[in-house]
Ligand binder design. Sequence first.
Ligand SMILES: *Cc1c(COP(=O)(O)O)cnc(C)c1O
Length: 401
Amino acid sequence: MSATPPAILTGPSAFSPPIPLTGPTLALDDALYAEIAAVMESGLLTNAVNVSAFERLAAEFLEVEHVVAVASCTAGLMLVFCCLGLEGEVVLPSFTFMASGHAVEWNALRPIFADADPTTFNLDLADAAAAITPATAAVSVTHVFGAPADVNGLEQASREAAGRELPIIVDAAHGFGARYQDGTRVGTKGTAEVFSLSPTKPLSTGEGGLVATRDATLAHDLRQARDYGNAGDYDCAVVGLNARMTEIAGVLGRRNLAVLPQWLERRAELAARYVERLRELPGLGFQEIPSGARSSHKDFSVTVDEGMFGLGRAVLAAALAREGIPTRNYFNPPLHRLTVYQAYAEGIALPKTDALADQMLTLPLSSHMPFEHVERICDALGSLYEHRTAVSLVEPDDAAR
Ligand SMILES: *Cc1c(COP(=O)(O)O)cnc(C)c1O
């Protein structure tokens, strides 16, 4: 690899100014601006023709019966739990984004955190099954970094553990465009799968979410619930939200969806190149994607084994920052370590989640990122490995400078 010393020692930064960690996948052209102008001129600003057209196109893309557009993934998850009218406990991973837990808590359900699988970074099915009790109302699962969780396996494991059918609510925030091992799209399994369309997700409308489901009754109820729960006669059967999608978001959704396949391809190629290069460095671990499955590659994250690499994740992150390479430490703290969930963390031990959270390093990835950036990031990591002894001696205060 590279002989150039890293910036944290004496070398030049790999990127000056720093590159972004991520960015939205966008199809910007005059046709888009014309459509946005047409929305403004129409006077119909929310939940009208563009949103319903986007819902139809998304349902076609996902090969699922119903898609309900909402204001965010968080709101979508909250409304799915609400419409199912659940009471009791929800088993879910701790190694996920905070919103997965918040949707449970907002519905006065009790989150029961289960451990993660260190190879797939997704929910450990055996640990989830072991957390199921007669009080379990549902199980929730996340497609971490866009790699599909085994929802079929989870359905079977939870049925066996509960002795009855449990709703499976999928936080598919990262997963638009991913495919399960059986070739079907993420969006087609569980009771409902809820996507995020916020700017860092593979498909974005600025802010927004989509609920995909095969259940016509649930889809109908969600359409009312996103509109305060108003059944049309100003009577409400549920405590709904204003979770409608705006028409401008609907335009962005339609147009970005049309170009998404080529960008998913590119994300896969960028991730593959990362793996090809970084495999050569000892101590870096990669997310296992089940054979036949496809990730959306929402993020590219590696685990850092300090003993083998010679530098820990935090030192590596500080050194990369000096190279103009931003990183994240997803999902640290995991949910059972969040202040707000301390009441549910007593007496539970999730060692695999703690280890993953401690070791996870998310590297830059976005649809529009040049391949050359991946090469330079890998060069920088190679140089840090090569100079690991000298780098490990840098004072933490100097490292953070
Ligand atoms: C981004 C994200 C969410 C929240 O999505 P919003 O659209 O911002 O509400 C939920 N879960 C996971 C796993 C996420 O990454």
